[in-house]
Design a protein around this ligand. Sequence first.
Ligand SMILES: CC(=O)SCCNC(=O)CCNC(=O)[C@H](O)C(C)(C)COP(=O)(O)OP(=O)(O)OC[C@H]1O[C@@H](n2cnc3c(N)ncnc32)[C@H](O)[C@@H]1OP(=O)(O)O
Length: 202
Amino acid sequence: MRSQKEKMLAGDLYIAADAQLDADSKRARKLNRLFNATTEDGLDVRDKILRELIGEVGKNVYIEPPFHADYGLNTSIGDNFYANFDAIFVDDCPVKIGDNVMFGPRVSIYTAGHPIDATVRNEQLEYSQPITIGNNVWIGGNAVINPGVTIGDNVVIGSGSIITHSIPDNVVAVGNPCHVLREINEEDKAYWENKKKQYFEN
Ligand SMILES: CC(=O)SCCNC(=O)CCNC(=O)[C@H](O)C(C)(C)COP(=O)(O)OP(=O)(O)OC[C@H]1O[C@@H](n2cnc3c(N)ncnc32)[C@H](O)[C@@H]1OP(=O)(O)O
């Protein structure tokens, strides 16, 4: 029979009260605590702990404490990532974050879920589904990303959004449930390039 960890990572029902998962979870909690105890005078130590906690970490990755990862090992983060205060990664299944991604404060990634049926739920069986975030994504504060969601490339997610379905490339999406507000287009580019020009002019 497959281990609970194998079932968990495959997205099948599993029981978290298991020696191997318990050890992985305790390891993450300890590293979360050490990470959150670092100060601005010890950024090299903070970075070292993060690289031990998280499965894969690219270049120029900065996460503001406090931060909590359930396992850490199941997460990969690309280059140039910033997460503001209070990010929570429930990474029971793989969480993949691309390059050039920014999180506002209190962004929560939830790969885990519990059965709707109370009888099965009370037997401690649970499941999780992977979450993928593309490249060049800005996620507003207090957004919640539910199990199984993929967010495309070049996406902006509004603050407070609950993302229950996958979001395509090149859009602004907002709300609960999170829906596409509009496509990001050449007008946005012209508007922001003009703002940038003004910035350099004075
Ligand atoms: C990395 C960091 O630390 S970032 C710091 C944290 N900052 C944030 O979280 C801010 C996130 N920003 C937002 O949510 C912004 O509203 C954006 C970027 C999604 C959209 O900004 P804009 O393009 O200027 O949109 P605009 O304000 O014109 O709103 C357009 C419509 O969407 C609605 N809307 C905008 N944001 C949201 C939102 N978060 N949730 C629901 N609806 C929203 C507006 O009410 C408006 O609707 P209306 O036309 O019916 O009045």
